[in-house]
Ligand binder design. Structure first.
Ligand code: NAI
Ligand code: ISE
Length: 344
């Protein structure tokens, strides 16, 4: 897609992986956002792909293979919303085809694959990739960061965070608590603190009875940053009560914390209660809208501004150290190389 006078033409998007978030992103591109239409979908489960073609996106065609979507002449940009281990092959294929690509987190599940992507993108000569780290688009995280930047708490010293899911399936295993779940904190906390990590440690409290043999749950991840900030993140993916994301930054002269999502308070039967969300779709619905509108707009101008392949790479470097720390229970070093010019 050339970028001249593209503001009036709709960006033609192909989606690879029409499961939970793939369908949610198709919905937002079709009904909520402006400037895009879905013209191609694929899924290894072709029935999932066919179900994603609805009267609302009549121009969409269901393909057997994600690579057919990438190489379809009428596809300007690709959204990769398949399982994490499959992302790299599609992102690399999109880069090879010279097509813009929004890749849901994680960019890839190994440092090696993330490195292949940043090498390929640098060889292409300009950014094509945006990674689905949506938390920096969340209004509450942005307000948190502004308070820190404005000096409201003085120098940050510690971060206490929790990433709680109501429950996960049997396919969700111990390392996914890092690469699928904690990967959000690994990205957003670097942005929040304008800092980088130097070490990770993982400890396992008493385990919940609501987990399964291949998932240690909950976990507590301890991180240290270059400036000495100490971070603890509770990752509890079978907490039962809801979808609960917490983050408090403790500074020299104060504490700033994420608010609980606004909700109506009910007083009845001598109780005061407010509902707790149960799903990421609701908690970050606005952030997803903003990040993907930015991707659509970036494809049209030729300037992708959202989280880059470098964000994905650094998150993978930290994540691999955390997965090693799960196994060793020791403090594992995190060494992040110099950021290449393209990503500055
Ligand atoms: N940013 C966020 O907050 C969220 C991000 N995600 C990410 O999105 C991705 C998908 O997650 P979910 O939608 O929850 O999973 P899901 O299991 O609901 O959907 C994934 C779909 O991809 C398909 N698929 C798997 N391998 C494929 C391949 N090689 N080619 C084409 N299709 C393939 C599956 O058949 C399935 O329909 C994951 O990488 C996950 O980390 C998921 C939820 C929230
Ligand atoms: O990215 C997401 C899921 O893939 C992941 O499984 C959840 O733990 C996260 O809360 C959600 O934002």
């Amino acid at each position: 897609m050339n970028t001249t006078n593209q503001h009036d033409k709709k960006l033609r998007i192909g989606v690879i992986g029409t499961g939970a978030i793939g369908v949610d992103h198709i919905r937002r591109c079709t009904h909520t956002l402006s400037g895009a239409e879905i013209v191609a979908v694929s899924d290894v489960n072709i029935d999932n792909a066919k179900k994603a073609v609805t009267p609302h996106n009549p121009n969409a065609k269901a393909y057997e293979s994600g690579h057919d979507v990438i190489n379809a002449e009428n596809v300007d940009a690709v959204m990769v919303t398949s399982w994490g281990p499959t992302h790299a092959e599609y992102v690399l294929s999109a880069i090879k085809a010279g097509k813009f690509v929004f890749c849901e987190k994680p960019l890839a599940t190994t440092i090696e694959d993330c490195d292949k992507i940043i090498q390929a993108e640098q060889a292409h000569g300009s950014r094509l990739v945006q990674v689905g780290f949506m938390r920096p688009y969340d209004k509450d995280y942005r307000a948190l960061r502004k308070m820190i930047v404005d000096g409201a708490i003085g120098t940050p010293l510690m971060v206490h965070a929790a990433h709680r899911n109501q429950n996960v399936g049997e396919n969700y295993v111990t390392s996914m608590a890092i690469f699928d779940t904690l990967i959000h904190e690994l990205d957003v906390l670097r942005w929040l603190l304008d800092d980088d990590y130097i070490s990770a440690q993982v400890i396992f409290p008493r385990q919940t009875s609501h987990t399964h043999a291949k998932l240690r749950d909950p976990q507590i991840v301890l991180l240290e940053t270059k400036s000495g900030v100490r971070i603890d993140v509770e990752v509890f993916v079978n907490c039962q009560y809801g979808y609960d994301i917490q983050c408090s930054v403790v500074g020299e002269k104060g504490i700033v914390s994420l608010p609980d999502p606004a909700a109506v308070a009910l007083r009845s039967d001598a109780k005061l209660c407010t509902p707790i969300l149960t799903d990421w779709k609701e908690r970050f619905i606005d952030a997803y809208d903003i990040e993907i509108q930015e991707f659509i707009d970036g494809c049209k101008t030729g300037k992708i501004k959202g989280p880059s392949s470098w964000n994905g790479y650094v998150a993978a470097v930290a994540a691999e150290a955390c997965v090693k720390a799960q196994e060793t229970q020791a403090i594992e070093a995190i060494s992040i190389p110099e950021r290449p010019a393209m990503y500055k």
